[in-house]
Design a protein around this ligand. Structure first.
Ligand SMILES: NC(=O)c1ccc[n+]([C@@H]2O[C@H](COP(=O)([O-])OP(=O)(O)OC[C@H]3O[C@@H](n4cnc5c(N)ncnc54)[C@H](OP(=O)(O)O)[C@@H]3O)[C@@H](O)[C@H]2O)c1
Length: 274
């Protein structure tokens, strides 16, 4: 039995689709077949979800309560945890959520359960947050400068996660770095978005401080952390590629053009904006 958490999110919803019948942990009931209502922040709600589970696909925000989820999973005899972490989850990262990921990863490695970590680069789906500004102004502002980024389609993160959750043994103890096929900049995003929509798209370069203020004004969650990440991206934080997606799935990851054709063209399975 596989349990998928974060099942309503970008990775989880696609992983559930690919895996077929699995149990899901959701915070809000949606009428799914084997769905358990629970919350990382309320460990007592997790027992019903974890009962009889062999493999846990642990997806969700980098909150410390994931540590309690791991403890609960170990107590229930879960054998293998497949966890989505971050590609720069270091204990001394300047970004709080990356430090939290590092603490959760360390706890998992010490838990006695088998584990596989998936460490993706920047998600292409993050770009969908630009859509309202592009529609309203014909462009978007950002502070990632000319930083090159090995962006990955979250559907491909899901494909790798589903492949591993379906046959976890051979992936035990491994960390896979996940990227798309190309290094792209936000100038490339503007050009490809224009090409996908037939409308010009301007990339307005702003400072990290201006970007942070704009995100705060627009009510973007975790605006300060996001501004930190964009500043790091400008410095090359995301300028790396990996072949691990092909090694895990045997296929090729989607590129930016495919993502934009699917998701800006309206056919994307992503259930909501990031
Ligand atoms: N975005 C990026 O560029 C990027 C890059 C590398 C790694 N990551 C990592 O990817 C993960 C996010 O995956 P995603 O994009 O698929 O997620 P997402 O679309 O943001 O969805 C988050 C999921 O977690 C669930 N959730 C939130 N709080 C919860 C709680 N307290 N208890 C149980 N479930 C909870 C949400 O449920 P509700 O529907 O109830 O809200 C939702 O299903 C994070 O760990 C992030 O750090 C992201």
């Amino acid at each position: 039995m596989v349990l998928v958490t974060g099942a309503t999110g970008k990775i989880g919803s696609e992983a559930v689709r690919l895996l077929g019948p699995v149990r899901t942990l959701v915070r809000t009931p949606s009428g799914g077949a084997d769905e358990v209502v629970g919350d990382f922040d309320r460990p007592d709600t997790l027992d019903a979800a974890l009962r009889g589970v062999d493999t846990l696909l642990l997806i969700g925000p980098a909150v410390e309560s994931q540590i309690a989820v791991l403890d609960r999973a170990a107590a229930h005899g879960v054998r293998h945890v497949v966890r989505i972490t971050n590609h720069k989850s270091y204990v001394d990262s300047p970004v709080a959520r990356r430090r939290a990921h590092a603490r959760i990863d360390a706890h998992l490695k010490a838990s006695g359960m088998e584990y596989t970590l998936l460490a993706p680069n920047f998600f292409m789906q993050n770009l969908l947050a630009l859509a309202p500004e592009i529609a309203a102004t014909g462009g978007f502002s950002g502070s990632a400068g000319e930083g090159r980024i090995g962006m990955i389609d979250a559907r491909d993160v899901a494909a790798a996660a589903a492949a591993i959750a379906a046959a976890p043994t051979e992936h035990a103890g491994r960390t896979y770095l996940l990227t798309g096929p190309d290094l792209v900049t936000f100038a490339d995003v503007a050009r490809e978005w224009a090409s996908a929509t037939g409308q010009p798209v301007e990339y307005r370069r702003i400072s990290a401080e201006e970007h942070c203020a704009a995100m705060v004004a627009n009510g973007v969650p975790e605006a300060e952390s996001n501004a930190q990440v964009f500043g790091l991206l400008a410095e090359g934080d995301g300028a790396w590629l990996s072949e691990d997606f092909a090694a895990v799935t045997g296929g090729a990851p989607r590129g930016l053009r495919t993502f934009l054709a699917d998701c800006v063209g309206g056919k994307c399975r992503t259930p909501r904006l990031p």
